[in-house]
Write a protein that binds this ligand. Sequence first.
Ligand code: NAP
Length: 429
Amino acid sequence: MKVVNVALLGIGNVGTGVYRILTENAADIKHREGLDIRIKKILVRNMNKKRDLEIDKNLYTEDFEDIINDDEIDIVAEFMGGVDPARDYIVKSLQKGKTVVTANKEVLAKHWPDFEQAAKGTGAGLYFEASVAGGIPIIRALTESLQANNIDSIMGIINGTTNYILTEMSEKDASYDDVLKEAQRQGLAEPDPANDVEGYDAAYKLSILASLAFHSRVHVENIFVEGITKINAQDITWAKELGYTIKLLAIGKKNGTVIEARVHPALIKQTHPLASVRGAYNAIFLHGHALGNFMLYGKGAGEMPTASAIVSDIIYASHITEHKFSTFENTYKKPSAITFNTDWASEYFIHLKVKDKPGVLSKISGLFGNNGVSIASMMQKQTEDDVTGIVPLVFITHETSELSMKKAIEQIKEIGDVVEVASLLRVID
Ligand SMILES: NC(=O)c1ccc[n+]([C@@H]2O[C@H](COP(=O)([O-])OP(=O)(O)OC[C@H]3O[C@@H](n4cnc5c(N)ncnc54)[C@H](OP(=O)(O)O)[C@@H]3O)[C@@H](O)[C@H]2O)c1
């Protein structure tokens, strides 16, 4: 039976799940896969920290040199998180010919070219199923099952924290701040939630997904990112009345040599398959020219779902004799044949607070019209603000370009009787 020695870099949430599966399912893995996968070392910051698992103390080390200099270690599985020192450890492992399995989307999105170059140099493998959407096998689907397709669109709910927040706001009519506090209490949001709520986590994942789907490197810098911090309960209610739900979407599209990649909250029709993805669940919905529409749904994070993807990568890599790499030139440069579109077309949901005076609406409509923005519907909503003489106007537009909308909004802000542009959200059918 093939013996595979693995080092774990980190044993927090993900590492604990990996340790559990590799030890508790060892007999099944031997029987089904013909692999005897042994954990040889575990790197931690603090060997004396109290941990839930009973682990042989001799496995622990605080020194990465113990791993890199151990020639018996075949696979290094990284789930420390962050860029430093993860980047250095991954590069050094690959340069030594050790295959790397990682859950770390940030370091991969930022330093993938370095990793690939190091791996190609020694023939080591680089696997990262767990880096996008936790336990959902979307990476393998893209690289092993959808090669026959030209994928022209990929759209996902790939951040569980924000999807949990938006779902709770929608179903419990709760405020953003209250739901965020509850999510932090339950451990579903970090004490500093910026990476999730500002959309960066989803952007790292979209960078990886879109690169694989479109066979062209989509760097994080080429992704438009807007988070959910400005979403309010009122907009969620009005969106519901209009037949929409609000989600943080990661969207990639390819048309010929033009790619667009964006992460932002959007109104999505309640009938769309992604609208039913609730709580901390994730889903990826894509379109291939041969397959048509396709969706994968499941747990995008958590100890065991993420470990499921890591162990699957370890098993997969253990069977491979010649590892495969990207289908595209994986460098830090923008691909020369590709243009990144920043003026995409979309419908919009606009919530303006205006003084309740004659003529305001016609001024607003005039500025929309002058900028080529066509209104599909308009509602004047009743709220408690009415007593102050300020009323909310809600518009849904027909499809319009991002730049036209930005211009129209800049001009509308200049109208004296427009008190605030309270929300400007894109609408996805
Ligand atoms: N949590 C999830 O559900 C999930 C899902 C998908 C992907 N991921 C990704 O998986 C990675 C890990 O997440 P996690 O939630 O498991 O993190 P975590 O609970 O904070 O665990 C991190 C582990 O790495 C060790 N570590 C951190 N920095 C280290 C350093 N400089 N040297 C040595 N050891 C170090 C820590 O050691 P100590 O124990 O001694 O502190 C700890 O064991 C991240 O990249 C995350 O984005 C997580």
